[in-house]
Design a protein around this ligand. Structure first.
Ligand SMILES: [Zn+2]
Length: 209
């Protein structure tokens, strides 16, 4: 089992122990006792970075283990691990903005069903409530800006292996992703498209400074 340091830490540098390094189908894979690397999943891309001097190209979850795909083998034992902080920050802001969009549109009456928080293609999908108006892009952006300006702090809890994340008094959701420490760290959210097709509403968005 890999301990997930990113569940309780925003650090991007740490020391961890490389417990295994194996080659599978020409790809080197490192397993650590604990990691800062968020694996791809939950609508969020995996982190990249470095283990010692090897590049981490991708982090993937496999059961309760996190597998780090690396460009060159690393020795077992203690190593400095470093997450690409800039890339992580963008993913974290996009993912946190997705939480907020889910919350605001849900208060309008539509049910969030799916989220994809990848740069350039971020979107949250909802099952529409019949008879309820679709959100207006400008009004939605204004609601988001108001919440972001309030800068509510992240509230993360881990109980029996289940992690829930919310902001301030807003409802918390079960989530394994990475989140800003306070909503003001998101910056601005731009709604790029609102589409409805056969009862599914899709809100596409991007974040800026
Ligand atoms: Zn989340």
């Amino acid at each position: 089992m890999t301990e997930r340091l990113y569940f309780r830490s925003d650090e991007t540098v740490a020391t961890a122990c490389v417990t295994r390094c194996v080659e599978e189908n020409g790809q080197w894979i490192a397993i650590l006792d604990r990691t800062l690397f968020h694996p791809q999943g939950g609508g969020q891309p995996g982190d990249t970075g470095w283990i010692a001097t090897s590049r981490v190209l991708q982090a993937l979850q496999d059961g309760d283990e996190i597998r780090h795909l690396i460009d060159a083998p690393v020795a077992t034992g203690d190593a400095v691990i470093r997450v690409d902080a800039e890339r992580r920050s963008l993913h974290t802001r996009l993912h946190s903005a997705g939480h907020l969009i889910g919350y605001v549109v849900q208060t309008l009456g539509h049910r969030p069903v799916k989220a994809h928080h990848w740069p350039g293609e971020s979107k949250v999908s909802f099952q529409t409530e019949p008879g309820v108006a679709l959100p207006d892009a400008d009004a939605l952006a204004a609601s988001l800006a108001k919440l972001i300006a309030a800068g509510m702090p992240r509230v993360a809890e881990l109980n029996d292996g289940v992690r829930t994340v919310g902001f301030g008094q807003l409802p918390a959701y079960p989530c394994g992703g990475t989140h800003v420490a306070r909503l003001s760290d998101i910056g601005t959210v731009r709604i790029t498209a609102i589409k409805e097709k056969k009862g599914q509403l899709t809100v596409s968005y991007d974040v800026g400074d």
